[in-house]
Design a protein around this ligand. Structure first.
Ligand code: COA
Length: 494
């Protein structure tokens, strides 16, 4: 669909000055998704939950201020689709207060051309809230698997359900049109009514796509395991190599209580299930992904967002209801920058506004947060062997700095709200307190001054610094079972 719209623009100069609106990131960083709108004159404004995969051309336009650009929490955007659909005035939420989304800070604006306030700070019932007025949707572009001759759409081969129905209803509520891109058209009446996820009454046009333009994920044309048609044997997943990412995933896994409902973010945390599978304890974990999936092993890299062996796949907006409602016991999230107050930035670093995704929703309501990342970024090389860690080459950029470039998570607010917050790196572990970050552990083999404090932009609180478990740095680990063995028998989700 997007390729077709681009071709029309290149041939005729229309459509012009389009505003695009998406809950997540659209693209594969190369030749799909938003890159097809990256032409001066074609796009006026872009609003999204994440910009990470939109491609170099679109990011260049965002940096250069050639397009107005806004980033808002993925869950809030997802919820807003329901408000548009029901013609309510907008979304009232506490998600984003005190972060870059808050109009007192940046209002989600990504460049100086973005001057309109799309989120407002309001007082309601004596409390502060963020209010997102409903935008008007003229055209909704959604995707599915099959369409029947009446435009009824199934999502059978999709790895996620997202908010396709809400978006279709939103466009209809605004008097707009709905275009569905599918794999195939079948005879009217041949689809099971429960398989139909978008009724034909809400669909105006159906476009049958070429398979290469209808990949299931960025990396995979189609894998039946991602949509729940088959389950993969867990021993078929490759164990990770013993490097800094595996050490962090192991130390992070130690914070996973048996039976706890957990969210895993993009990046280093996505290695936790692989470590759990290697340790033979996958059945003790209840992982979930904000795109709407519960249980299973989250896929990595270009497949991030879908899961092997899921237990349930629901719509994204419903998953964010569960998250915003406090359903998550623990979350493990990536880390680009952190400061002394425990503020975390994952959304804009080195001047690159990649976006927050579901991070702001997840960090607001989860009971326990673990931010996981390498201690420095860009070229870091370490050696983990025989229970020791050696820093072979330091990364070019510091992650623990005096002031974060953008506040995606407000540490001080979280500490005052008594959220439990840890920071896990390959060489050090920190805990958030109301007085700031406290260094609680360092890796065996590293020097506190040379390898830790010398690469930080602030001095952490240090009271009782322990040594990290040597097993984390050895070929065989087994630490998760040792830690939780006494509780394994009594734990059950039902
Ligand atoms: C923050 C985030 C980028 C970290 O990713 P990661 O893979 O765990 O960590 P890395 O340190 O390898 O960082 C990824 C890249 O960003 C760069 N980077 C990370 N921190 C950096 C910093 N402080 N300064 C400069 N560059 C940095 C790395 O060098 C790396 O670049 P490369 O791909 O060119 O090598 C990732 O977690 C993210 O995009 N988060 C936002 C979305 C989110 O968390 N949503 C919530 C649930 S999905």
């Amino acid at each position: 669909m997007l390729k077709g719209v681009e071709q029309t623009f290149l041939n005729t100069g229309h459509p012009r000055n389009v505003t695009t609106w998406a809950c997540g990131a659209m693209g594969n960083s190369k030749d799909a998704g938003m890159v097809h709108f990256a032409h001066p004159g074609m796009i006026k404004r872009t609003i999204a939950g994440h910009f990470g995969q939109t491609g170099a051309e679109m990011m260049k336009m965002v940096f250069a201020g050639e397009v107005e650009a806004y980033n808002f929490p993925q869950g809030s955007l997802s919820h807003l689709t329901r408000h548009i659909a029901s013609r309510s005035p907008g979304l009232l939420t506490k998600v984003g207060l005190g972060t870059f989304v808050d109009p007192r800070i940046e209002g989600g604006k990504l460049n100086s051309q973005s001057t309109e306030d799309l989120v407002k700070l309001v007082e309601f019932a004596g409390e502060e809230w963020l209010f997102y007025p409903c935008p008007k949707i003229d055209v909704a572009i959604i995707r599915g698997t099959l369409a029947d001759e009446n435009g009824n759409i199934t999502l059978d081969k999709e790895g996620v359900l997202l908010e396709q129905i809400n978006i279709a209803h939103a466009a209809k509520a605004c008097g707009g049109i709905v275009i569905a891109q599918v794999e195939r058209i079948v005879q009217a009446g041949s689809l099971h009514p429960k398989a139909v996820k978008i009724p034909g009454v809400s669909v105006d046009y159906v476009v049958v796509s070429q398979p290469e333009n209808h990949m299931q994920t960025i990396a995979t044309q189609f894998n039946p395991a991602f949509c729940g048609d088959v389950r993969v044997p867990l021993n078929s997943l490759e164990p990770m190599a013993l490097d800094e990412r595996k050490v962090i995933a192991r130390r992070t896994a130690m914070e996973l209580k048996p039976g706890a409902v957990t969210n895993l973010g993009i990046g280093i945390p996505a290695g936790v299930p692989s470590v759990a599978a290697e340790e033979g304890v996958s059945d003790q974990l209840t992982l979930s992904v904000e795109s709407g999936i519960t249980s299973g092993i989250p896929a990595q890299l270009g497949d991030f967002g879908v899961v092997y062996n899921a237990e349930a796949i629901i719509e994204q907006s419903l998953q964010f209801d569960f998250y915003d409602g406090g359903g998550l016991d623990a979350s493990f999230l990536g880390l680009a920058q952190a400061d002394n107050w425990g503020n975390v930035n994952v959304s804009k670093f080195n001047g690159r506004p990649v976006g927050c995704g579901g991070f702001v929703n997840i960090t607001r309501s989860t009971k326990k947060l673990v931010f996981c990342g390498t201690f420095t970024a860009g070229g870091l090389q370490v050696q983990a062997a025989d229970g020791q860690l050696t820093i072979v080459q330091e990364g070019k950029s510091r992650k623990f700095i005096e002031k974060v470039e953008q506040i995606t998570f407000n540490g001080h607010d979280a500490a005052l709200r008594q959220q439990e917050v840890l920071f896990v790196t390959e060489r050090a572990v920190f805990q958030l307190t109301t007085e700031g970050l406290e260094l609680t552990e360092i890796a065996p083999g590293v020097d506190l001054e040379r390898d830790v404090l010398a690469h930080m932009g602030f001095k952490p609180i240090m009271k009782n610094v322990k040594t990290m478990d040597a097993g984390l740095f050895s070929a065989q680990w087994g630490g998760w079972r040792r830690r939780w063995r006494p509780r394994l028998c009594s734990c059950s989700r039902v």
